[in-house]
Design a protein around this ligand. Sequence first.
Ligand code: MRU
Length: 364
Amino acid sequence: MKVNGTPTRPIWLDDDGFGVNIIDQTKLPHAYEVVRMETLADACHAIFDMLVRGAPLIGATAAYGMALALHADATDAGFEQAYKELYATRPTAVNLRWALDEMRKQILPLPVAERVKAAYALSAQICDDDVAQNSAIGDHGLKIIEEIWEKKGKTGVINILTHCNAGWLATVDWGTATAPIYKAFDAGIPVHVWVDETRPRNQGASLTAWELGNHGVPHTLIVDNAGGHLMQHGEVDLCIVGTDRTTASGDVCNKIGTYLKALAAHDNGVPFYVGLPSPTIDWTVDDGVKEIPIEQRDATEVTEMTGRLKDGSTATVTITPQSCKAANYAFDVTPAKYVTGLITERGVAHPSKDGLVQLFPEFA
Ligand code: MRU
């Protein structure tokens, strides 16, 4: 995607072939700042403190984090220490484990002297694969939007509700939930996006709104609890969200609040789709509610809010009584029965083991 007309990814190798640049997403939409990572600690900080976030981008950052770590120490012990530290940064997005396991499979068998170069090459490959996968998700999702457009007699607009940011900032390009939206918009289909603000970190308000605005896609920000009301009044044609981990049986873990949107969609007969590249499927788990670790983050993310003041500076304010306790569950699980389809790079799967295995027979 483009920022001010320049093709931009949220992660890229710097010109010296060593440092890795990222967009600091904690500063958006108020400031656009690029941060250069040079060490394992930089990569862990970037993931843990959410300078980068979104499942596929977390995976890509972990891969480059391993390349940076091996640059300092390419021995087996260096690899294992880096694996441990990167793995501990965030627990829910399975792309993190997937990327580290790819590194283990492909880099560790090599002689120590060859590991650094190969780790950078594999990181670049993981990034390029993610772009291709998301573009394919966009093509498959576009067909769904086209069908709805036909059914509406090609009149009015198609209203799409999305939650959190599963856009290009959360991946290496295109996004997962947003890829079909961008492709539909580029094809001239009049789409309009309801953007859930996505408390407490406001990824919808800060990131999705910024992305869609940059691309010229019409959108309206809504509070997290508005979606059900809009669905009851026929104002949502479909929902598309991303996921941090989808089980082999099609249960979808995504940003907290996704489950409630899926329930409202189910009650109102609104199709509920999930965009996901295959590294987001965790083939080792079936029951998402029981088996997926749900990240709990610092309570201050709930009790405080950061925003821009009229003079252009940013400030953080407390919105609760001083002694108020808060719980901060970052994700929830939507059972497969509430999901209409899983839009993968190989096509749209029925949200079930059979549906996924039809598209990915190598995991049967
Ligand atoms: O806590 P975040 O911002 O990393 O959560 C991101 C999401 O929940 C996204 O919807 C998910 O990672 C899919 S990104 C294509």
